[in-house]
Design a protein around this ligand. Structure first.
Ligand SMILES: N[C@@H](CCC(=O)N[C@@H](CS)C(=O)NCC(=O)O)C(=O)O
Length: 312
């Protein structure tokens, strides 16, 4: 764990002292866009882009799911980092295919040799201009959703124009309270910061549980981007966040609507293949030595994800 400062790697943990024990996530540093327009700098082309992901990371996981659902697997190749994120940050268990690097931070300095900031997954690389297009998953998700349709012939739309304001509303609620909420709970270094994050997290899950008793998905009858963004946190919850991040008021298995909804999403063709519990458990329990100094990885829990979800 660490960050780059003017192109040099420093091994430092998140600073929570300056924020009263609260964990504050840094904004992503690369924010370009692939666009299906004749004058765009980054055009949708088969084989041009490379995606670096961790199978443990919920933000990277969103992009892997969208890549699968949008038929992009044959057009955008992927390198998976090792689940252990220790003093060198994310590393590759074998040299990565584009440059033979063994650490993700080398990709960042290859793009910008004096880069300062965190080195995060997902990272979307452009082989043509030799740079990072984006390391912001929510924006990569949108590019995958819409910009490659002519190439793939897949016009499924997870962010349809008429539902955007509803989807945005859910995203704005779920990101701070649930997606980042589990991290704010687990990385808090004061009792107060922990309890505040914990209370917001479970209040938000209660609201989602209630909403799913009346609505099939977050936004009506169609699966949207908002559902996939929520899914990647839900699927990690009982295996990791309940224990490791002390999010233990309830498990997802105790929320009957959310549990069925999560299982249905898990069973959408192509999705379960993107879920890797070995990487998920290994990453959190082994990498966060401040939280789990023994680095022992729990064997459980038993998760019943393939049984019928019962949602019609
Ligand atoms: N805003 C980013 C956040 C990505 C992120 O924080 N990823 C984590 C892994 S789950 C990471 O790479 N952390 C490394 C670090 O913070 O140094 C996104 O959504 O793409």
């Amino acid at each position: 764990m660490g960050k780059l400062v003017e192109g040099v790697w420093h091994d430092v943990w998140y600073d929570t002292k300056s924020s009263g024990g609260k964990f504050v996530r840094e904004d992503a540093g690369f924010r370009d866009w692939i666009e299906n327009k004749p004058d765009a700098a980054f055009q949708p082309e088969s084989g041009r882009y490379h995606l670096y992901v961790s199978l443990a990371c919920p933000w990277a996981h969103r992009t892997l799911i969208m890549r699968e659902l949008k038929g992009l697997a044959g057009h955008i190749d992927v390198t998976v980092v090792s689940p252990d994120m220790l003093e060198n940050g994310w590393e590759f268990s074998q040299p990565e295919p584009l440059f033979g690097f063994t650490k993700l931070h080398e990709i960042y300095t290859q793009a910008k040799n004096d880069y300062s900031g965190r080195v995060t997954v997902p990272t979307l690389w452009d082989k043509k201009t030799n740079t990072i297009i984006s390391n912001e998953s929510s924006e990569i998700l949108r590019m995958f959703n819409s910009e490659f349709n002519d190439l793939t012939g897949n016009s499924d739309d997870y962010y349809p124009a008429d539902l955007r304001s509803e989807i945005d509303k859910w995203n704005e609620f779920i990101y701070p309270n649930i997606n980042n909420g589990v991290y704010k709970t687990g990385f808090a270094t004061t009792q107060q910061a922990y309890e505040d994050a914990f209370d917001s997290l479970f209040a938000a899950l209660d609201k989602v549980e209630q909403h799913l008793s009346q609505s099939k998905y977050l936004v009506g009858e169609k699966i949207t981007e908002a559902d996939w963004r929520l899914f990647t946190t839900l699927i990690r919850f009982d295996a990791v966040y309940v224990g490791h991040f002390k999010c233990n008021l309830k498990r997802i298995a105790d929320y009957s609507n959310i549990q069925g909804y999560m299982k249905e999403l898990y069973q959408v063709p192509g999705v379960k293949e993107t879920v890797n519990f070995d990487h998920i458990k290994r990453h959190y329990y082994f990498s966060h030595k401040g939280i789990n100094p023994t680095q022992v990885i729990p064997k459980g829990p038993e998760l019943d994800l393939d049984s019928p979800h019962g949602r019609g």
